[in-house]
Write a protein that binds this ligand. Structure first.
Ligand code: AMP
Ligand code: MN
Length: 252
């Protein structure tokens, strides 16, 4: 059963996300009525032949392992450090004229993870327009993002991590390394809150938070707490960066 508290928080996350999407819609033309909410079905998305399409997936598994032998890790959730220094999900551009979205995603996963993880239509979660990066919008660069979630066995996740660091064609190039998302909070406040304070590509932070809530991997209360703490960490990082100018002999 979905608790009212969860629904409230989930709505908040969706609003934040659609806020970005509204910004995009104002500038875009001829976006179909069915797509007016920013979100669209997989089939509606494929009707847009002038759009580019990109598919990404959140892969996760249960785990019984414990950090320091006492903090339950509970779930392994995979993300990656991208070539641009941002955190994101594995996947990439797909050409629906040549392959299905899921075939294209599996092809991308083989390049980035070294394993052709099969992804099916049933794993599809949502499709939406990518929000423009400030100042760089052009209607010709319309990009639809398709997001998938797939549950696996812990051993399969471990195999992926090994292959990603050894046989994957993109290792050290487009992908700098796979990372696990810490879902716990340590006594000193580390864990999910610090992870969320990093920089993410596009809407990846929202995709992560929405998934954690939807799959009940983290409770809304714990996520709210982590976000609050994350904002404090973010403020400290800003001060830290300011102070770092001294290393270069420059004033900020
Ligand atoms: P990739 O080849 O994985 O970089 O993805 C293809 C395109 O999707 C690039 O333009 C990325 O900037 C963009 N992208 C990747 N992940 C996300 C995301 N989570 N949210 C928004 N845009 C993304
Ligand atoms: Mn990619």
């Amino acid at each position: 059963m979905t608790s009212p508290k969860y629904r409230g928080f989930s709505r908040l996350v969706s609003c934040l996300q659609s806020g970005l999407l509204t910004q995009h819609r104002k500038k875009g033309e001829q976006i179909k009525k069915g797509m007016a909410s920013g979100q669209m079905s997989r089939d509606e998305a494929l009707e847009c032949t002038r759009c580019r399409h990109a598919c990404h997936v959140l892969l996760y598994s249960e785990t019984a392992s414990q950090l320091f032998g006492r903090i339950p890790i509970r779930y392994i959730v995979l993300m990656q450090m991208r070539f641009d220094g941002l955190l994101g999900f594995p996947g990439g551009f797909v050409n629906p004229l040549e392959e299905t979205l899921e075939e294209g995603l599996t092809r991308e996963l083989l390049e980035e993870l070294g394993v052709a993880v099969p992804v099916s239509k049933e794993d599809h979660v949502e499709s939406c327009f990518s929000p423009p990066r400030s100042g760089t919008y052009s209607s010709s660069s319309r990009l639809i993002l398709h997001f998938y979630v797939k549950k696996m066995e812990e051993e399969q996740i471990q195999e992926i991590e090994k292959a990603a660091a050894s046989t994957a064609a993109d290792h050290g190039l487009e992908v700098l390394g796979m990372v696990r998302v810490p879902l716990y909070t340590t006594k000193s406040g580390g864990g999910l809150s610090c992870f969320l304070s990093h920089s993410f590509i596009g809407v990846a932070r929202f995709q992560l938070m929405n998934s954690l809530l939807r799959l009940h991997l983290v409770s809304p209360g714990d996520l709210q707490e982590a976000l609050r703490s994350s904002q404090r960490t973010h403020a400290e990082s800003a001060q830290n960066l300011q102070a770092a100018f001294k290393l270069t002999g420059e004033q900020p």
